[in-house]
Design a protein around this ligand. Sequence first.
Ligand SMILES: [Zn+2]
Length: 183
Amino acid sequence: MPIKKKISIKTWEDPILRQVAIDVQPSEISSKKFQVLVRNLLNTVEGEGVGLAAPQIGVSKRVFVMNFEPGKTELSNFVIVINPQILHKSDDLEKEGEGCLSIPGMMGIVPRHRVIDVSYTDLSGKIVNQQLCDYVARIFQHEYDHLDGILFVDHIENKDRDFMTEDQYLELEKKNPSDESEL
Ligand SMILES: [Zn+2]
């Protein structure tokens, strides 16, 4: 078995997390360098969270990996999302707990669109169109934001009320259970 190398994750004071990432060129996708980037994203997110965007490991390109079956943690449930677009967002917003591997130890209650229509290029270079809802739509929106230099804290309406430590969040969850994971 090859050794799985994890890359250290950039944290929120790093300016790369505030940059707008550049598109991946179609000709790049099959390159060795791009394959290494994807492998690094997968190895780094494995066992740690449900999604990870390239800027979080220091590469300002429009690609992220995310778990499309977040109930299961195996890497086989992760999809490589290249040059994503959000084509339509439902009007209804849902607030749920969210964390981020770049904001360790903290959680926020973040409003997200419940249903989104998305388009992206997969690792074989094929365009994929999908409708996503609920938690999977939330993960997609969170990771997509990373490509535009946006962090979940930017969406929090009331930081005194809705931004907290994980311990505080767990206390809140005991009273009011819902989904949560590191994105
Ligand atoms: Zn994140």
